[in-house]
Ligand binder design. Structure first.
Ligand SMILES: Nc1ncnc2c1ncn2[C@@H]1O[C@H](COP(=O)(O)OP(=O)(O)OP(=O)(O)O)[C@@H](O)[C@H]1O
Length: 251
C-alpha cells in the first residue's frame, strides 16, 4: 500500500446554482407571473479555486475561514463526495468522514438494517458489517431499539447512532466538520473520549472549525480559506492569527 497522504494540486470546484428572477409584488402582474412560472436559471459558481497542499502522516490540520469560505466543500471533495472540476487530487489511506452524521439513513429500515447498510456503504464486507452491529448499538445505548424502525428515533438518538457507526473503527485519515453534540451530557463526554482516541490513532486529521480552542487542542497545522482560495497553510497559531486579522477587515 502507498504511503498515507492527501495531495491536492491546483484543485477547483464549480457547483451549479439555480437563480430565480426577482419576484416582487410591486412589479407588474405579468412580470410576477413570469418569474413565478419560469424555470430557474442554472449557472456554475466557482466554490474552490486553485487549492494546492500536501498532507503527510502526523499532520493534523485545521480548516479555517469565514462562513461560506469553502471549508465544508473542501472536506467533501477530500472524502470523494464531489469530484474536483479542475486539478488533481490524490488520497492514499483508509478514510473516515464525520461530516453529516444523519445522512444516508433509511427511515423505514430498522436500526440493525441501517447499521449494516451504512457499514457496507463505508466499504465493509457484509460479514464485517454484521459483526459491528452489537458494538454500535452498545456505544449508542440503543440496544432496546435494535429492531425498531429508524424513523421512530428522536433526533438525539439518531445522532448517537450516526456517531457510533462513523467512529466504530480506526482509520488512517479522519476528515471532520466541527460536530456539535446534540446528545445528553453523559453521551457527549463519552463521544469526546472516543473522538480523542480516533484522532490519536489517525495518521492525518482534517478538522473544519470556528473554535480556536478546539483547533489548538487537536491540530498542529491549519489552512486558511477565503472565497474558495487557500490563503495560508502553516502552523496552527500563526494561521489563527492571520484569520483574526482578516476578519477585522471588510469581506
Ligand atoms: N451544494 C451546493 N450547491 C451550490 N453551492 C453550494 C453548495 N454547497 C455550498 N455551496 C456554496 O459554496 C460556498 C462555500 O460553502 P461551504 O459550506 O463550503 O462554506 P463553509 O466555509 O463551510 O461555511 P460555514 O463556516 O458557514 O460552515 C458558499 O457560498 C455556499 O453557498
Amino acid at each position: 500500500m502507498k504511503d498515507v497522504h492527501i495531495r491536492a494540486d491546483r484543485i477547483g470546484l464549480d457547483l451549479p446554482v439555480y437563480t430565480q428572477d426577482q419576484r416582487s409584488t410591486r412589479a407588474s402582474l405579468s412580470l410576477f407571473l413570469k418569474a413565478a412560472f419560469l424555470p430557474p436559471k442554472r449557472e456554475l459558481r466557482t466554490t474552490l479555486d486553485d487549492v494546492s497542499f500536501e498532507l503527510l502522516p502526523g499532520d493534523r490540520v485545521g480548516v479555517i475561514g469565514r462562513n461560506g469560505a469553502g471549508k465544508s466543500t473542501l472536506l467533501k471533495v477530500l472524502v470523494g463526495a464531489y469530484p474536483p472540476s479542475r486539478g488533481t487530487l490524490s488520497v492514499a489511506g483508509t478514510r473516515q468522514a464525520l461530516l453529516n452524521l444523519s445522512l444516508g439513513f433509511s427511515p423505514e429500515a430498522t436500526l440493525v438494517e441501517n447499521i449494516i447498510l451504512r457499514a457496507i456503504a463505508m466499504g465493509r464486507k457484509p460479514a464485517e458489517a454484521v459483526g459491528l452491529v452489537d458494538d454500535v448499538l452498545a456505544f449508542g445505548e440503543l440496544e432496546e431499539k435494535a429492531n425498531d424502525r429508524l424513523r421512530t428515533l428522536s433526533s438525539g438518538q439518531k445522532m448517537r447512532l450516526g456517531f457510533s457507526i462513523a467512529t466504530a473503527s480506526e482509520h488512517q485519515i479522519l476528515i471532520m466538520d466541527e460536530w456539535i453534540g446534540t446528545g445528553d451530557a453523559a453521551f457527549v463526554e463519552k463521544a469526546k473520549e472516543r473522538m480523542r482516541s480516533r484522532v490519536d490513532s489517525a495518521q492525518i486529521v482534517m478538522l473544519a472549525s470556528h473554535n480556536a480552542q478546539l483547533l489548538r487542542s487537536v491540530c498542529n497545522k491549519a489552512i486558511l480559506l477565503e472565497k474558495g482560495r487557500l490563503v495560508q497553510l502553516g502552523e496552527v497559531d500563526e494561521v489563527i492569527s492571520t484569520y483574526r486579522t482578516l476578519i477585522k477587515q471588510e469581506p
